[in-house]
Design a protein around this ligand. Structure first.
Ligand SMILES: [Zn+2]
Length: 292
C-alpha cells in the first residue's frame, strides 16, 4: 500500500458538507477502527497539536453501503509510516512530511485503496460547532477590549490593535456545539509582561457583562465573517476574518464558521477563576443562543 504524497484537499473551510473522493490508503487505527485516507474531504478532523474544534460527525458511503465515521484526526506520513493524531512526531509543515485527514471507521468496513466513496458531514453538528467557533473568536476579541486597561507595558497586539490578552495567556480553547471554553493562565510571566490580574476575581460578573455587551454590539452590526485560505491543502494557512465595527479582524484559524455574527442570535459569556496546580486560571465559557 502506498502512502499519500500530498496533503488532503479540504473543502470544509468553504462550508462544504459532501464530497466524492478516492481512497488513497487504509490502515489499522486501533480500538477496532481503521483509518481511511482520501484525496479530498469535506470532513473537519480534530488536530492533536491544537485540539480546539472537535471532528465533524457523518458518514462514509462505499459501493456496498454506508458506515458512520466514528472520528476524524489529523495524521502525517514521511512516506514510510502513517502517524495518527498525538503520535505525529513533527510539527505541521515540517519538510518531507505530508499531513492528511484520517477518517476512522469500524474495522471490517469493505473499503480499499482506489475505491470511489462519498463522504458526508452532518449539517446540524457542523452548524452547532461553527456557531460555537465564531462566538469563541468574537468573545476573545471582546475580552481583549474589556481588559485593555490592565496592561502597564506594551504588549503584542490583537487583530484590532489591542493588547492580545487572549493570544498571550491562552492555555487551551475547546469549541463545543453552540459554545466554547477558553482557559487563560494568570501566571508570573503574564504579570511580568505587564498584566495586572490583582482584583480580577472581584469583578467577574461585571467583566462578563462587558464582554457579552461588546459581542452583542458586533452581532447587532451584522458583522460579516469569512474564512480566507492560501490554498486548499490541510496545512495551508487559513484565517477567520470578521468585518467588525472597529475594523477588520483576522485570526489564524483552521476551523469552520458562520457567515455572519448575526447568525449567533445572542452570546453570553461567564467567567470563573479556577486553580491549576497553583496557577490561577481564568475560564471563559461562551454560549450561543442562535434561536433568539
Ligand atoms: Zn479558530
Amino acid at each position: 500500500m502506498t502512502l499519500p504524497a500530498h496533503d488532503t484537499t479540504v473543502t470544509y473551510p468553504a462550508g462544504e458538507l459532501v464530497a466524492r473522493a478516492t481512497v488513497l490508503h487504509t490502515a489499522p487505527a486501533g480500538d477496532g477502527l481503521i483509518a481511511v485516507i482520501t484525496d479530498t474531504t469535506p470532513f473537519h478532523p480534530v488536530d492533536a497539536a491544537w485540539p480546539d474544534q472537535p471532528a465533524d460527525a457523518g458518514t462514509l458511503r462505499t459501493s456496498t453501503g454506508e458506515v458512520p465515521i466514528r472520528d476524524a484526526v489529523v495524521a502525517a506520513t514521511d512516506g514510510t509510516d502513517l502517524h495518527l493524531g498525538g503520535d505525529i512526531p513533527v510539527r505541521k509543515g515540517t519538510e518531507g512530511w505530508v499531513f492528511v485527514v484520517a477518517h476512522l471507521v469500524d474495522a471490517g468496513t469493505a473499503v480499499a485503496e482506489g475505491d470511489q466513496v462519498e463522504i458526508e458531514a452532518d449539517a446540524a453538528t457542523r452548524r452547532a460547532l461553527s456557531l460555537g467557533h465564531t462566538a469563541c473568536h468574537a468573545a476573545s476579541l471582546a475580552l481583549n477590549r474589556a481588559v485593555e486597561g490592565r496592561w502597564s507595558k506594551p504588549a503584542r497586539t490583537d487583530a484590532l490593535g489591542r493588547p492580545d490578552f487572549d493570544g498571550i495567556a491562552i492555555a487551551s480553547s475547546r469549541i463545543e456545539p453552540f459554545g466554547s471554553v477558553d482557559r487563560y493562565r494568570l501566571n508570573k510571566s503574564l504579570r511580568r509582561a505587564g498584566f495586572d490580574a490583582a482584583d480580577l476575581a472581584d469583578g467577574l460578573d461585571a467583566l462578563a457583562d462587558t464582554v457579552s455587551g461588546t459581542v452583542g454590539e458586533w452581532i447587532a452590526a451584522g458583522s460579516a465573517v469569512r474564512v480566507e485560505r492560501e490554498g486548499d491543502g490541510l496545512t495551508d494557512r487559513r484565517s477567520w476574518v470578521a468585518e467588525l465595527p472597529g475594523g477588520t479582524a483576522r485570526i489564524a484559524c483552521g476551523g469552520t464558521h458562520a457567515d455572519s455574527l448575526a447568525e449567533l442570535g445572542a452570546v453570553r459569556v461567564e467567567f470563573e477563576l479556577v486553580d491549576d496546580a497553583g496557577t490561577p486560571v481564568l475560564e471563559m465559557r461562551t454560549r450561543v443562543d442562535a434561536a433568539s
